[in-house]
Design a protein. Structure first.
Length: 216
């Protein structure tokens, strides 16, 4: 059994954030569900209203949270790169001196193309059509903001090409910074198994700053 942690999930009502919240609570961790309109149906989940667009509020909330780890799962549609990068920097600035680990659930666009390591998916039209490039570029910018920061305890999780609601199997394959494919040839994972991988990383860090997972 891993020690019980207090985990703050920023973006706790989204597809990924809600599943990470549920996964962490099911494992016995205390979860702070941070969102504009948070919910907490599990006794281990504490809803915390928070507007991530307010940097001062983010700083105050995280400073007073007592959290051992923060999971950042924010997404914006249409993509707002300045907001996403600014929030990552605010979270890293705030947590760096408090010894709080940070896991950013980012985008697949930051991964390398299989067989062409110099080409990011975000720049590869075979994977990212023109209309989705702003979304992919925002994820790349998030990762670059992490790499430029002095915080020693961050990691960045890129999903595979397709991430969708599904079943929790607890089975996935982990890689580093190159896109992976599942046994059926697709690059995909359920949001439930991505959440399992995220909490696994919090409980037992794999050591890589940038990693990805795919359905096994």
């Amino acid at each position: 059994m891993s020690p019980v942690m207090t985990i703050a999930v920023l973006g706790a009502t989204g597809m990924v954030g809600s599943r990470i919240t549920a996964e962490a609570a099911a494992r016995g961790h205390r979860v702070l569900a941070l969102a504009r309109k948070p919910v907490g149906e599990h006794p281990s989940v504490t809803p915390v209203p928070l507007d991530a667009a307010d940097p001062d509020a983010v700083r105050r909330t995280l400073t007073d949270s007592g959290a051992h780890a923060v999971v950042l799962t924010l997404r914006t549609y249409p993509p707002d790169e300045d907001f996403l990068v600014g929030t990552v920097r605010t979270v890293l600035d705030t947590t760096a001196g408090l010894g709080i680990r940070v896991l950013v659930v980012g985008g697949a666009g930051a991964l390398r193309t299989p067989g062409t390591p110099g080409l990011l998916l975000a720049d590869n039209p075979a994977y990212v059509p023109e209309e989705l490039r702003p979304v992919a570029a925002a994820g790349v910018a998030q990762l670059r903001a992490c790499r430029a920061h002095a915080h020693p305890g961050w990691s960045y999780l890129s999903p595979p090409a397709l991430l969708e609601p599904g079943l929790r199997t607890g089975r996935y394959r982990r890689g580093t910074d190159t896109l992976l494919t599942a046994p059926d040839g697709r690059s995909w994972i359920s949001a439930e198994d991505l959440a399992a991988a995220a909490v696994d990383e919090l409980e037992q860090p794999g050591g890589e700053r940038h990693f990805t997972v795919v359905q096994a």
